[in-house]
Design a protein around this ligand. Structure first.
Ligand code: FMN
Length: 324
């Protein structure tokens, strides 16, 4: 079977991220995959305006009030629609995103946050997309520092995969590379990027239901998604509560010790620890239910708050004038 893999870079031209992606793509190309690479700086990517036009349409179609899905209101105004259409033809993706202020750079986030209008499970349900390509991903964060200055980088990248309907199978934090080309002074990091190419190839050649994590099995604190972000849980909208939960995938449980590393790990509750697992379609659907319930709750009280809302709307403060 022919496979197609896209490299998505959000860093500088000929920067460290591009080099890592090229190293991985070369491996895949030599194995016979069709490869392509984009740098998000080359495209016009408008920020999500937050209009909720997409989810309002989804809700209306689900309730039978609307037949056709018209997509994102920005669809014909920039390049995102064409990029997403191409991405949906790919079996694998390698993202390389620079870490700015501990987290993925804004260029990447701007792109990623446009995917709500393209939620694959929904588009499949209404027949806009016929087949789920079951795309797998390798995630690379690229930073000038080590983990202590990139603590949100891979986790936020991972969190953006749910809306993209892409399954990460490997992740790599490239560390202590600053100027473009710096990564080439650390051949072990370039080798690790090449290994990511191998992992993507392996995942694509594995039946969907048998695919699993191919990165370091002891990476992170959560054994489900390998994120390092686990926090003391609070009650959810419907009362569900875990002692601790993973900030990325939403699995819940108690804190224990990884027997292999002796480090802290989340011990996922065998009974209900996966009920909020964002990798599972049903629990993402439950989140859609939460959104709908919040909306219904608001509609019921909209009249009651109208005078106060109007008061806030008419309240004005001096703003900042800029000259252009
Ligand atoms: C605005 C800005 C903020 C940055 N913040 C961080 C940071 O919080 N942590 C870190 O490790 N590196 C940080 N860096 C360094 C970049 O991540 C690093 O230069 C990386 O190699 C860029 O990737 P590229 O070569 O693919 O463009 C920052 C760089 C810039 C320009």
């Amino acid at each position: 079977m022919a496979y197609k893999v896209m490299g998505v870079c959000a860093g500088r031209k000929n920067g460290n991220g591009e080099i890592a992606v090229k190293a991985a793509l070369k491996v895949l190309q030599e194995k016979g995959a069709e490869v392509e690479m984009i740098n998000l700086f080359d495209y016009d990517i408008l920020p999500c305006s937050g209009c909720e036009g997409c989810t309002m349409q989804m809700g209306n179609i689900a309730m039978g009030k609307q037949k056709e899905y018209h997509g994102c209101v920005l669809k014909d105004k920039d390049d995102v629609d064409q990029l997403v259409t191409e991405l949906h033809t790919c079996n694998g993706v390698i993202f390389a995103v620079p870490t700015y202020d501990l987290a993925p750079s804004s260029v990447y986030l701007r792109f990623a946050q446009r995917f709500l209008a393209y939620e694959l499970s929904f588009l499949k349900e209404i027949g806009v997309v016929k087949d789920d390509p079951h795309t797998v991903a390798g995630l690379i964060s690229v930073g000038g520092s080590m983990h202590d200055w990139q603590p949100l980088a891979l986790e936020v990248l991972q969190a953006s995969m749910f809306t993209m309907s892409i399954t990460p199978v490997d992740r790599l934090m490239i560390q202590r590379v600053g100027r473009p080309g710096n990564v080439l002074t650390t051949p072990e990091q370039v080798e690790r990027a090449k290994q990511m190419g191998e992992h993507i190839w392996e995942a694509m050649n594995t039946p969907v239901e048998e695919r699993s994590w191919l990165g370091d099995p002891n990476d992170g604190v959560c054994p489900n998604c390998h994120s390092s972000l686990v926090y003391p849980g609070d009650a959810h909208w419907d009362g569900v509560e875990f002692p601790y939960e993973c900030a990325v995938c939403g699995c819940g449980g108690t804190l224990g010790t990884n027997p292999e590393t002796g480090k802290l790990m989340l011990e996922i509750d065998p009974e209900n620890g996966h009920i909020r697992d964002r990798f599972i379609d049903a629990s993402r659907a439950e989140h859609l239910n939460e959104i709908v319930q919040t909306r219904i709750g608001f509609m019921q009280r909209q009249g009651e708050i109208k005078p106060l809302y109007d008061e806030y709307k008419s309240m004005e403060f001096p703003t900042v004038e800029v000259s252009r």
